[in-house]
Design a binder for this molecule. Structure first.
Ligand SMILES: Cc1cc2nc3c(=O)[nH]c(=O)nc-3n(C[C@H](O)[C@H](O)[C@H](O)COP(=O)(O)OP(=O)(O)OC[C@H]3O[C@@H](n4cnc5c(N)ncnc54)[C@H](O)[C@@H]3O)c2cc1C
Ligand SMILES: O=C(O)[C@@H]1CCCCN1
Length: 393
């Protein structure tokens, strides 16, 4: 095992998911000598950033996310140019809801106030554009015109490639076992010891496990998400495969949780439609059957599909898994460790962090090197929770 002092970095980033990879990329751009550590050999599918697709949208209830998305779109385009890879496909993002739904109203108001290109769609327009999708009377739809799909796996690969080209070092298959805080932080992995002036922890669903020994108990819940893909009953019959864009449904079919979908991409002929929620699970044990599942997500999806998209077979053809790490208010955590200012935390991305990762990475890199913040971080501070520090401290 290498001894401390052998390798000293400006910054170390723990976790090569999308948030850690974007942070490392920004740090390398700022000419910081940066090490990105990942416990699994890359690429892997055990965290939250794997799979081919994610939704990108400005349609948010909160102004601050819509505002952050302006720069995110620019940075995604920049990444496409630098890597030469197509990472975005514009499809529009349909928002569907029961009329009068509070979230829906807020999303529309936000798009209107921020002059985001969007349109409200009448039942007749919906029928014409999206045959195969059946809304009931009293249900409404609007479209965030520039919403669409991000090619997730390709984005991760592009970032890690560019990071290495800029001189960044990635050590995968190395799990961080111990962190010793101090003016210079010492990080011990399963095979080496490293030191740095600053540390960024972006450990996804493992955040609690990494932060607990540092005396920090954040109110995070890790959920196992079933990622479901659905087949048409009669191939080509419903028209849904050709026409369905990304969509987000609030409060449809009596559901308080959202249902969302993306056009066919990963598997020819299959459409991804999922439930924005799941049962609590430890990331190490996510493949074990949930003991007492309190959300019957797949049953709820089957019922949604039978009612709204009856051209699809109501049993999923493929089911995969992914993890959410939720905060109580579903806003991210982007902050310094309360006691160790050179340790920075990015966590709790609550199932909506991918599209925002270009700006999340920028914010975390600024926090790490003590640069002036580009964004107001009030919604993301640890101090919004009551008892983040363990009594032992
Ligand atoms: C099913 C699903 C659908 C989603 N849909 C969308 C969407 O449409 N749009 C959107 O914007 N977002 C979406 N999200 C959310 C988005 O994908 C996540 O917010 C984002 O991927 C979180 O990235 P991360 O880097 O924080 O976590 P991860 O990708 O989990 O990365 C954390 C990394 O840290 C590593 N690590 C942990 N502990 C250690 C250790 N001790 N040593 C070394 N390495 C360690 C892990 O192995 C992992 O690779 C979705 C998420 C899921 C699961
Ligand atoms: O971040 C998003 O846009 C989606 C919304 C639906 C649930 C999964 N994440």
């Amino acid at each position: 095992m290498a001894l401390p002092g052998d390798t000293k970095y400006d910054c170390i980033v723990i976790g090569a998911g999308i948030q850690g990879s974007f942070t490392a990329y920004h740090l390398a751009k700022l000419r910081k000598k940066t090490l990105l550590l990942e416990q699994f050999p890359l690429p892997h599918s055990r965290g939250s950033s794997h799979g081919q697709t994610r939704i990108i949208r400005r349609a948010y209830e909160e102004h601050f996310y819509t505002h952050m998305m302006e720069e995110c779109y620019q940075l995604w385009t920049e990444l496409e140019k630098e890597s030469g890879a197509q990472l975005f496909r514009k499809t529009g993002l349909l928002v569907l809801a029961k009329a009068g739904n509070e979230e829906y109203e807020k999303v529309c108001k936000n798009m209107l106030e921020n002059q985001i290109p969007w349109e409200s769609l009448s039942p007749a327009e919906m029928k014409l554009r999206y045959p195969g999708l059946f809304l009931s009377p009293g249900e409404v739809a609007c479209c965030d015109i520039n919403g669409g799909v991000l090619f997730a796996e390709k984005a991760l690969r592009a970032l890690q490639m560019l990071f290495k080209q800029m001189g960044g070092i990635i050590r995968d298959g190395e799990k961080v076992m111990h962190i010793k805080p101090g003016p210079v932080v010492t990080v011990t992995t399963t095979s080496s010891i490293y030191q740095a002036d600053g540390l960024v922890i972006t450990a996804g669903p493992w955040a609690q496990k990494v932060l607990r020994p540092l005396g920090l108990q954040l109110p995070l819940k890790t959920l196992r998400i079933n990622v479901c893909y659905w087949r048409e009953k009669i191939p080509g019959k419903s028209g849904i495969l050709q026409s369905l864009p990304c969509f987000l449904g609030f409060n449809l079919n009596g559901e308080e949780h959202e249902v969302y979908g993306l056009p066919s991409q990963e598997y020819p002929g299959l459409i991804k439609i999922c439930f924005h929620g799941g049962n609590e699970a430890d990331p190490e044990e996510r493949d074990l059957k949930a003991q007492n599942p309190n959300i019957q997500d797949i049953e709820k999806l089957s019922s949604f599909i039978s009612r709204y998209i009856p051209g699809l077979h109501p049993k999923p053809a493929v089911v995969e898994q992914c993890m959410y790490t939720n905060t109580p208010d579903t806003n991210f955590i982007l902050d310094h460790h309360p006691l160790h200012k050179n340790i920075v935390i990015g966590a709790g991305f609550s199932g909506h962090g991918f599209k925002l990762s270009p700006v999340v990475g920028k914010i975390l890199s600024e926090l790490c090197i003590g640069e002036k913040q580009s964004y107001d971080l009030k919604p993301f501070r640890i101090s919004r929770f009551k008892t983040p520090l363990k009594a032992a401290l």
